[in-house]
Write a protein that binds this ligand. Structure first.
Ligand SMILES: NC(=O)C1=CN([C@@H]2O[C@H](COP(=O)(O)OP(=O)(O)OC[C@H]3O[C@@H](n4cnc5c(N)ncnc54)[C@H](OP(=O)(O)O)[C@@H]3O)[C@@H](O)[C@H]2O)C=CC1
Ligand SMILES: O=C(O)[C@@H]1CCC=N1
Length: 270
């Protein structure tokens, strides 16, 4: 299965890196990337087929992954509409509605909207997927195979859920890095070296996440186990509660959700 990525930025690179790591052959992957420096970088990094435009690509693909910024998507697809007709088109753009994308392609392509995340780069991504009616089971399987090669996949029945997936797991790695930054800073302020604070933060996240993944218990039960009455964690949780940190995080995810919907709305009309 030959796959062409249109746009070779951060997210395309994460998926391509993951696909190559999973043993996909470089000859089966192509990128059309407008930026010259980025093309050179991708060529060195991956050794796959790179061109400036889709039309210049030497690879015949049945599957196109749209990985440009949401604001760039409409122009890119309308310019390449003929090439994309009758093809499976997987858009990873935040907010852009599958129905709009389909209309920009004269309703002559098979559309899947996907929301992956950057841990795809190491095969640990998670992707939400939604297919427009008309996409057949074998095309859904192809999408599952591509995104499944770089992590786990979750199919959604209703496109509206993709905005929630975007706010949760699409943007989610940034929330984790933000918390890691805070933990590392606390460590250094308490006298640890930056390197030790980095390792302690990271290992704690990895260990706690694996523990939660391995457990059938709720996150709050697992948290209670760490929180000895009268102990240290209790003071930390009390401080977090006093500062409304949980609500701040929930609000942040809702802000991302609103922005995903807003991008879809604005670009639907442009
Ligand atoms: N980053 C993330 O964690 C995630 C991103 N996404 C989605 O993935 C998409 C890409 O995001 P990301 O990789 O971060 O963005 P980037 O800006 O890193 O990548 C987009 C790339 O496409 C290039 N490009 C622009 N126009 C064209 C064109 N006409 N033909 C070919 N290439 C073009 C851009 O060049 P130039 O910069 O010169 O314009 C840029 O190199 C977005 O729609 C985003 O919503 C989805 C999930 C997670
Ligand atoms: O911030 C963004 O818009 C993109 C989509 C999800 C993660 N990054």
């Amino acid at each position: 299965m030959n796959i062409t990525f249109i746009g070779g930025g951060n997210m395309a690179a994460a998926i391509i890196g993951g696909l190559l790591q999973q043993g996909n052959s470089p000859e089966t992957l192509a990128v059309a990337e407008i930026n010259t420096d980025r093309r050179t970088q991708l060529q060195h990094q991956f050794g796959i087929n790179i061109s400036a435009t889709v039309a210049d690509s030497s690879v015949n693909s049945d599957i196109y992954v749209l990985a440009v910024k949401p604001q760039q998507l409409r122009v890119v697809v309308t310019e390449n509409a003929t090439l994309l007709h009758n093809k499976l088109v997987i858009s990873i753009a935040a907010g852009i509605r599958a129905t709009d994308l389909s209309a920009w392609l004269d309703n002559q392509s098979y559309i899947i909207r996907a929301m992956p995340n950057t841990p795809c780069l190491i095969g640990k991504g998670v992707t939400g997927l939604y297919a427009l009616p008309g996409v057949n089971a074998s095309q859904k399987k192809q999408a599952t195979d591509i995104l499944g090669a770089v992590g786990s996949v979750i199919w959604c029945d209703d496109e509206i859920q993709l905005d929630a997936v975007t706010a949760m797991s699409g943007s989610g790695p940034a929330y984790v890095f933000y918390l890691l930054e805070a933990m590392q800073q606390a460590g250094t302020e308490l006298g640890l070296s930056a390197e030790t604070a980095r390792q302690l933060s990271l290992e704690t996240f990895i260990g706690a996440s694996l523990l939660a993944a391995d457990s059938h218990e709720s996150f709050s039960t697992l948290r209670t186990r760490v929180t000895s009455p009268g102990g240290t964690t209790e003071q930390a949780i009390l401080s977090l509660e006093q500062d409304n940190v949980k609500h701040a995080l929930i609000d942040a995810i809702k802000a991302a959700h609103r922005r995903s919907q807003e991008i879809g709305h604005i670009l639907s009309q442009s």
